[in-house]
Design a protein around this ligand. Sequence first.
Ligand code: CU
Length: 318
Amino acid sequence: MKAGRIKQWAVGAAAMALPVLANAQAADPKPWQLNMGRGVTHLSQNAYEAHMLALWICVVIGVLVFGAMAVAMFKFRKSKGAVADQSLTHSTKLEILWTVVPVVLLLAMVFPATSKLIQMYDTRESAMTVKVTGFQWMWKYDYLGEGVSFTSRLDRKSDELRQSGKVIAEGDHDNYLLDVDNVLVLPTDTKIRFVLTADDVIHAWWVPALGWKQDAIPGIVNEAWAEIREPGLYRGQCAELCGKDHGFMPIVVKAVPKAEYQQWLAAEKAKNAPAAPVAAPAAAPAEAAPAETAPAEGETPNTDATAAAATQHAAVAG
Ligand SMILES: [Cu+2]
């Protein structure tokens, strides 16, 4: 029992040390990972840098403060005959020092942090928009302007395992509760705007490798963006307690090179194609024709995605 636990700790410590030694954090969080990862986007790199700056400032402060305390306690201990100094009740010099130093430190952190936050909210000049809608308990993705949309829910194997009542062993599933049936396919090196909303309760869409999480709130459209640098599979989860199956609505993003994405998109469109000719003649009586041109015009500028999102949202709800 005891040996088993020691082994467990040893394995954990090794797993913890390995990424540090290799100086390479994988995009997805790993068990026993202590530091945050760098992620695969510009924004995640920004978050990592802001975090490391604050972390190192805290480390230096910690070493200085606890070091001074340790020295004081050891050097001026009672057994050595130390007597407490009761005369120091006020020192203007010290007060100025311990006001100025924190102000300088805060300023050193606030300027880079602010510029990073501004970048984070700048969704202009994005090449495409994906609408993310949270449902109890799955996600729906709409590639706005492309006519491609699908839902993404927990993979069947995870679902069966979780409902089987058995204790999950290591070999049962490679990505237990972190796999989905339909992954969100995105192109790399492309500025992708996300508009996020929800159909029922508040959810939050979170893929750590992208560097942000954003609330998905019914009746509100939130924005975010990502430009993924490396192709790969990035996993995430809902990050807002949204009901009993909150833990069972994972997210999987598959980032592929642009050409591959275009192929995938064409294939998805082809899948939906057979339905289109059937719908078109039905909605084409003479009088409907002018009305039909209006939404087509509105669809072209990307700026109107909020309205488009609202329309699609209503369609989903119905
Ligand atoms: Cu949730």
